[in-house]
Design a protein around this ligand. Structure first.
Ligand code: SF4
Length: 393
């Protein structure tokens, strides 16, 4: 909860907090509890010496805390806001480390980890947005500049001003809750007030958490970490109950032929981003490659779609695709994420669902294919009828 001494609605030209500053009048411990992924969180983690949680024993309270973060695609904003443990701030940073560590060390299928990661990041970003509504403007500014890497955050007439290109670089333009046209943009700058700043920060928080996970996965190497702490096993037994274990559980059937025009909007969007030379986040690339595998695309074609991204490296992309196709590593052929997972990961570009029966992108693709085949049949029948009429004497 905010201290009540500096609501955003009362912003009046205060200077932005300096890099690594102390976040207004609030103590570092409180700030670490509220924003455990932030530089305040890192400071508390270093003080406590719990960076790698080696030898850590998961107690029942922490298990419950972490499971709550992994349980819901749409967490209740009020509930997440009130869940900050101010009496024991270390609980919050440890819960964050356990959640993030689980995503790195767990041996659950990739799509399950991705879904859980999206839930965790959604939970943390929703909470960030809620807490920032009552936060001192100085703290919002410090979070944006220090933790969300917005280099030129400035104050102007009582508003926070952010470069639009800096914002887009951080958010990857994948946001479904925030639409660019609805943002207060003026001459290439985002002008943020007490209402829009928490929304933008919440979006950037989600992107930043994905980046942190990607960095951790990259550091652990292509095959993942060789050893893993024992608390991961205890958590895995519980967490695996929260996600479907197979494509069949998602309601899927078999593999299909390919017609790119009939891909669902989410997959078309990822393809379009790659074709423009942008760098979709790890999860988007995973989702696309797994989707392509499921509909029967050869690896070479999937690789070709990746080849236009600006950070393309053939050996790395080939490795990841072969992994998703189940040819190397654990030899598990990966399933594309469901619609709900893609929504939680903010990779669904439509309001609601693109089809009343949408549950999984492959299901939507099947529906689209069926429609396409039927309309082709109708078209062919009509052509035949026209031909018959035309050729009648
Ligand atoms: S509803 Fe599902 S299939 Fe349709 S665009 Fe969204 S995630 Fe993709």
């Amino acid at each position: 909860m905010g201290c009540g001494c500096g609501k955003l609605s009362s912003w009046v030209g205060e200077p932005a907090g300096g890099r690594g500053g102390m976040g207004g009048g609030r103590g570092v411990e409180d700030l670490a509890a509220r924003y455990p992924y932030s530089h305040w969180g890192s400071k508390l983690i270093a003080e406590l010496g719990v960076e790698d949680l080696d030898g850590y024993t998961l107690d029942e309270g922490m298990l419950k805390r972490v499971l709550e973060r992994f349980s819901s695609d749409n967490p209740d904003p009020e509930r997440v806001e009130f869940s900050v443990d101010y009496l024991n701030p270390s609980n919050e940073v440890v819960a964050y480390l356990v959640g993030m560590g689980f995503l790195v060390y767990s041996r659950l299928p990739e799509y399950a980890k991705m879904r859980l990661g999206s839930r965790l990041f959604n939970w943390l970003s929703v909470r960030t947005g809620e807490l920032l509504k009552t936060e001192e403007p100085r703290i919002v500014s410090e979070l944006l500049s220090v933790d969300f890497s917005l280099p030129n955050v400035i104050w102007e007439d009582g508003k926070i001003v952010v470069g639009l290109t800096d914002f887009l670089r951080m958010s990857h333009m994948w946001e479904s809750r925030l639409r660019l046209v609805e943002l207060p943009i003026h001459r290439g700058k985002l002008i943020l007030d007490g209402k829009s700043a928490p929304l933008v920060a919440s979006q950037l928080c989600f992107s930043r958490l994905n980046q942190i996970l990607e960095e951790k996965l990259r550091l652990s190497g292509p095959g993942g970490p060789r050893t893993r702490p024992s608390w991961v096993d205890a958590l895995e037994a519980e967490v695996s109950k929260l996600v479907p274990r197979s494509w069949e559980e998602l309601g899927g059937e078999g593999v299909l032929p390919r017609v790119a025009e009939e891909y669902p909007p989410c997959m078309k969007e990822i393809m379009a981003q790659m074709a423009k030379g942008l760098e979709p986040p790890h999860f988007a690339r995973f989702a696309f490659a797994a989707f392509m595998r499921m509909i029967g695309a050869p690896k070479e074609e999937t690789l070709k779609a990746f080849s236009t991204t600006s950070d393309y490296k053939e050996n790395i992309a080939s490795y990841h695709i072969a992994h998703i196709y189940g040819e190397i590593g654990s030899h598990t052929a990966y399933t594309a994420p469901s619609c709900d997972t893609l929504k939680t990961a903010r990779l669904c570009p439509v309001e609601g669902y693109c089809n009343p029966k949408a549950k999984h992108p492959v299901t939507v693709y099947k529906i689209n294919l069926r429609k396409d085949i039927n309309s082709n049949r109708r078209g062919a029948t009509q052509s035949r009828e026209t031909l018959n009429t035309d050729t009648k004497p």
